[in-house]
Design a protein around this ligand. Structure first.
Ligand code: PAF
Length: 287
């Protein structure tokens, strides 16, 4: 496995791989790698000949007051994990490499960024789209692998790629969960033991919502109220940021549940804001 810190090195190594006929798979990350990230590397390994991982805590997707300075960083163990899972190249740029001067260009995706996480993090997806577009231009992958846990990010990146004709296939990958159901996240490690055990309520609320939809197709409003009550009772240290039931493509709220939909939520614990979701088909079966 190679590592590269500069854009020129990445371009050279990827171009050499392409000359040898390799297809290129890419898993962008911010490090603090867990099994969720490693499953993206596995998927890339399964579908492509040459696998690139990036590790870059992108400052432009954090607003002032968010957790940029405390975001978990673990580069040595991350590199060992990338190597163990068969990555060919890990790109670890510095902030100066990615943003050598005050940029006057950025990528803005409208509408899809204005709901869910975008409501309380209005600058977040602009930072994500801009850095992902830059990384795509540096790595030039055939396929890029994104987890469904960040469902809104996945839809936004896929739309950006379509609208800007970026020649990359976006491959969605399943949510990876801890044995008790909590969706894996780099931020989980910051939770106190009490809040870690309360955080299981997020997945439990989603599961129970899925059951209610499958069996009774109760209206979205009732399902959301039941989820709010469940989380308030079982995760009292968490403050609900949002619970929404939406169309999986447009991300707009839906009222009825006899259709394909996404149930998405974000809950803020004192140490970390957690998100999770569940995608259901029109029969209420998890996808
Ligand atoms: O999902 C993430 O870890 C980040 O938002 C990404 C896609 C690596 C961009 O910084």
């Amino acid at each position: 496995m190679k590592t590269a810190q500069t854009i020129a090195e990445v371009r050279q190594i990827v171009s050499d791989a392409r000359t040898d006929g390799a297809t290129v798979g890419f898993a962008p990350t911010m490090g603090g790698l867990h099994e969720g990230h490693l499953s993206l590397i596995d998927a890339a390994r399964g579908e492509c000949d040459f696998v690139v991982v990036s590790i870059f805590v992108n400052p432009t997707q954090f607003a002032p007051g968010e957790d940029l300075s405390t975001y978990p960083r673990s580069i040595e163990t991350d590199l060992a994990a990338c190597e163990a899972r068969g990555a060919d190249l890990v790109f670890i740029p510095s902030v100066e490499t990615m943003y050598p001067r005050q940029a006057v260009t950025s990528v803005t995706v409208s509408q899809l960024t204005e709901t869910l996480c975008g409501r309380n993090r209005p600058t977040h997806f602009g930072g994500v789209c801009t850095v992902v577009a830059k990384l795509f231009n540096i790595v030039l992958p055939d396929k890029a692998f994104f987890g469904r846990k960040d469902y809104q990010q996945l839809v936004i990146v896929a739309r950006m790629v379509e609208d800007l004709d970026i020649p990359v296939e976006i491959v969605p990958c399943a949510i990876i969960r801890e044995t008790d159901g909590l969706a894996m996240s780099t931020r989980n490690q910051r939770l106190s033991p009490v809040n870690r055990s309360q955080a299981v309520a997020l997945h439990e609320a989603l599961q129970s919502a899925g059951d209610q939809i499958r069996e009774f197709h109760r209206p979205a409003r009732d399902i959301i109220t039941a989820m709010q009550e469940y989380i308030q009772a079982n995760a009292p240290n968490g403050e609900i940021d949002y619970i929404q039931i939406i169309d999986p493509q447009t991300l707009q709220d839906v009222e009825t549940t006899d259709r394909s939909l996404l149930i998405a939520l974000a809950v803020k614990f004192p140490e970390a804001r957690l998100i999770d979701n569940m995608l259901l088909d029109s029969a209420g079966q998890p996808q």
